[in-house]
Design a protein around this ligand. Structure first.
Ligand code: NI
Length: 194
């Protein structure tokens, strides 16, 4: 397991356009696995390559159903709307309300460079939008409506749910009123996000 350093808001790598991947290589496969490890270690539900300093179009997402790797993902359909809390591993401890489609269809390639299509609703739709934004240098903070707030207060309230919710992932709108799932540990400063 190899963990990579997560770049944080203010790092210019997070504001750049990522290049398409034309060919899968052992190096990129290794990157994908490291991204997965890094995401889980940080209690995230998604991670994009630029967040570990690599400007390539690769994301990994796990909203509770196992990891999905997407190479060169593009949103080809979107509809509906959801408005709720979102966080990011590149901006630990913070959250803000972002409007996203409630349903998206994404075309991409898998790690074998075979075409795949992923359909996401609710949390998965939000996560897909958020991670694909990263590939185009867009942080969710630029889409926040209202204040960006400290997620810590909500984290404390929801600590007791953390074990059950561990697989649920971290952000977004779900069945909770406040839409913010927290998986941070009481004894650490880690926040969930993506
Ligand atoms: Ni993010």
């Amino acid at each position: 397991m190899a963990l990579r350093t997560i770049r944080e808001l203010g790092d210019e790598v997070l504001e750049k356009e990522c290049r398409e991947i034309k060919q899968m290589t052992p190096r990129l496969r290794s990157l994908a696995k490291d991204m997965e490890d890094t995401m889980y270690a940080a209690n995230g539900v998604g991670l994009a390559a630029p967040q570990v300093g690599v400007l390539r179009q690769l994301i990994v997402i796990d909203v509770g159903d196992g990891p999905i790797y997407l190479v060169n993902p593009v949103i080809v359909e979107q509809d509906g709307e959801q408005f709720g809390s979102e966080g990011c591993l590149s901006y630990p401890g913070k959250a803000g309300n972002v409007r996203r489609p409630s349903h998206v269809i994404v075309k991409a390639l898998d790690l074998s460079m075979n075409p795949i299509e992923v359909e996401g609703e609710d949390l998965l739709a939000r996560c897909l939008c958020h991670e694909i934004d990263h590939l185009h240098g867009i942080m969710y903070t630029t889409r926040v409506e209202g204040e960006i707030y400290d997620a810590g207060t909500l984290a404390e309230e929801e600590e007791e749910d953390e074990e059950e919710d561990e697989e649920e992932g971290a952000f977004g709108e779900d069945d909770e009123q406040n839409g913010w799932r927290v998986m941070s540990h009481p004894d650490s400063r880690k926040q969930e996000g993506n």
